[in-house]
Design a protein around this ligand. Structure first.
Ligand code: FNR
Length: 371
């Protein structure tokens, strides 16, 4: 069956799950597993989505909301909605449009994109595709060779990125059994476009032609501490956020280190299997942050109502991961645009039916937690 025949017509892509099904049909099995899979027995992966299913929304009647305004301001920038795209390696694995296709779609809706260290296209090209008013943040892993991390941070500042996001949960990659069973390798024609081949791993260490897991063990720095936040801030002049915070302890560490924001995340269940759902960790982090910095969440967001729940529980905004790669696989840049419009539309509906005219008015009175 050809790809065109395998993907349903655009008008039938009406829910996040439709994009997932379409992607499952077009992607090679090992690529599907790399994207969809998690670490270990995938308990945390499953918990992320399930956590949203146990929260109930409280409908309000005749609340005269008119047309709600979904826009927010984050670190001085306007976002069209409290929804962004999480950093995801190698968008070209999903579709040749790659990160610039995703950026174009995000730009059309005024939504932010976090570009991965392992982007498959140059970060300057992604900046150009996004358009000038779209916030772009660059996600950084901490490499053993500090020059790699620092060089990317400087390059992002020069290219007009608005912030850096340090991923704090990945001293090396988690044990992803699907990838181990498939002996997954990123196809040779897809490259980490912003990394120089020789500089990521120490001499004799694994290279980026090894499995992503082997590569991360030799290239990432397992000795890194929170001082990286201040170092990157000083050398780039950009705000630095910490991604992968799940506890009050790490929230306080991030704040002491000078983080400008926190992303509650368990890396989509790809690192510590057995960690709680991101949504279940949100309250602890929000309380510990004491309103000093914005707190974001990723993990398991599969609709506008899920975004609404996270906002009600204290998140400033959410980031969406896998569904973006599924939408890209299904239909390239137009697919991502359609997915993002769908999520924004669902959020608007939820605001109308719960009686909220603006995003900041959404609070815990809008939801019922499981007893
Ligand atoms: C990721 N994630 C990730 N995180 C990060 O900080 N840097 C990265 O390069 C990547 N790459 C990556 C690739 C793929 C295929 C996936 C699925 C995930 C984690 C990502 O940013 C985010 O935390 C989760 O994907 C959010 O969960 P959902 O929305 O996928 O459930």
């Amino acid at each position: 069956m050809s790809e065109a025949a395998a993907v349903p017509p655009r008008a039938r892509l009406l829910d996040c799950a439709d994009f997932t099904d379409a992607a499952r049909r077009v992607l090679p099995r090992d690529v599907w597993d790399f994207i969809a899979g998690g670490a270990g027995r995938e308990r945390t992966l499953a918990a992320n989505e399930a956590a949203f299913g146990s929260v109930r929304l409280r409908p309000r009647g005749l609340s005269a909301v008119g047309e709600p305004d979904t826009a927010i301001r984050v670190l001085g920038d306007r976002w069209g909605a409290p929804l962004g795209i999480a950093p995801l390696a190698y968008h070209e694995l999903a579709h040749a449009d790659g990160e610039s296709g995703t950026a174009e779609a995000a730009g059309a809706l005024g939504l932010p994109l976090v570009v991965s260290t392992f982007a498959s296209q140059p970060l300057e090209r992604i900046r150009a595709a996004a358009g000038t008013s779209t916030p772009l943040w660059l996600q950084l892993y901490c490499f053993r060779d500090q020059r790699v991390t620092d060089g990317l941070a400087r390059r992002a500042a020069d290219a007009g990125y608005q912030a850096l996001v340090v991923t704090v949960d990945t001293p090396y990659m988690g044990r992803r059994l699907r990838d181990l069973r498939n002996d997954f390798r990123v196809p040779a024609h897809i490259r980490p476009a912003n990394l120089e081949p020789d500089r990521q791993a120490p001499p004799g260490g694994a290279t980026d032609t090894d499995s992503p897991s082997a590569h991360s063990r030799s290239a990432f720095c397992p000795d890194q501490d929170w001082t990286v936040v201040g170092r990157l801030r000083r050398l780039s002049g950009l705000p630095v956020l910490a991604k992968g915070v799940m506890t009050a302890q790490d929230t306080r560490a991030a704040l002491s280190a000078g983080a400008a924001g926190i992303v509650v995340s368990n890396h989509g269940g790809r690192q510590l299997d057995g960690a709680p759902a991101a949504l279940d960790a949100l309250g602890e982090v929000v309380t510990a942050a004491e309103g000093r910095v914005p707190v974001f969440l990723d993990g398991g967001v599969r609709g506008g109502a899920d975004a609404f729940v996270a906002l009600a529980l204290g998140a400033t905004a959410v980031f969406v991961g896998r569904p973006v790669l599924y939408a890209l696989a299904a239909d390239g840049a137009p697919g991502v645009r359609r997915l993002l419009s769908l999520l924004c539309g669902e959020l608007t509906d939820t605001m109308v039916f719960t009686g909220h005219r603006t995003v900041p008015s959404i609070d815990a009175t809008a939801v019922e937690m499981p007893r």
